[in-house]
Design a protein around this ligand. Structure first.
Ligand SMILES: Nc1ncnc2c1ncn2[C@@H]1O[C@H](COP(=O)(O)OP(=O)(O)OP(=O)(O)O)[C@@H](O)[C@H]1O
Length: 236
């Protein structure tokens, strides 16, 4: 089996259209890979480009140059150059993403929000809901909230719905953007356990964790994004 995620010579700058189209370089020559069963944590100061890297990997941000190679359905797909339809297929089957905030859909119950990625893969609704219930229980979301839309939930409750939704599939790659930021100590520990279980299953994970305790608990390796900063090169 190929390495699930290989990032090679990636460059990214933002074009500021409202400021005469000036280009702000964010990262240059990004090279790393994530092996099966490994959790790599992106480190470095605020504004260095950690979230931008995750967003490029998930296909949300365009890439100026380089390759983002994903092992998808026994072939290698380059996220940096493939078409949107393939990116959607990669997201459905291979690469999950737990963002910091839940994007709520009006009138959809929390349990259905969590079950949806499985239903989208053709798994029967009852089975998907059972798995969703198991995850929500594990994450200590009060049972009376399961049938309600998460729009009015607290920040930590919404984040737990989001984590359950991200962890419900058995995707080979999981991107984690501060999944524990709004959680209390008990639920942070639950998430640390869930990440450990994903490692056991051979999932390749790449994440941002500002909480030092969580980072220490989950990281097999910390990748300092400062090494890819064009600003540092200018200052040096
Ligand atoms: N869509 C965008 N348009 C313009 N500039 C952007 C955009 N997204 C990010 N940036 C800029 O790119 C740089 C890197 O931002 P990014 O969010 O990737 O940093 P980060 O390391 O994740 O920071 P933090 O730890 O504070 O979340 C910042 O200077 C930011 O202002």
């Amino acid at each position: 089996m190929a390495t699930p995620l290989v990032v090679s010579e990636v460059f990214k700058s933002f074009t500021m259209h409202l400021r005469d189209g000036i280009k702000l370089p964010v990262v240059k020559d990004v090279n790393f890979s994530v092996a099966s069963g490994e959790c790599v944590v992106l480190g470095g100061p605020s504004g260095i480009g950690k979230s931008s890297i995750l967003k490029m990997l998930y296909g949300n941000y365009a890439v100026d140059a380089g390759q983002i190679l994903v092992d998808h359905k026994e072939r290698i797909v380059d996220i940096a150059s493939t078409d949107p339809r393939t990116i959607i297929d990669v997201r459905r089957h291979t690469m999950g993403y737990v963002s910091q905030f839940l994007r709520t859909v009006p009138r959809v119950a929390a349990i259905d929000v969590v079950a949806e990625p499985l239903v989208a893969r053709g798994i029967e609704a009852t089975e998907a809901k059972e798995k969703a219930a198991g995850l929500l229980a594990k994450l200590n979301l009060p049972r009376e909230l399961w049938s309600l839309p998460p729009a009015t939930f607290s920040g930590g409750e919404q984040q737990r719905v989001n984590i359950a939704r991200g962890f419900i599939t058995s995707h080979r790659i999981l991107l984690l953007d501060e999944p524990t930021a709004s959680l209390d100590a008990t639920n942070r520990r639950v998430v640390v356990e869930m990440i450990a279980a994903k490692k056991q299953e051979g999932v390749a994970m790449l994440g941002i964790f500002h909480d030092e305790e969580v980072r220490e608990a989950v990281a097999d390796r910390i990748l300092d994004v400062s090494a890819f900063s064009p600003r540092k090169a200018i200052a040096a």
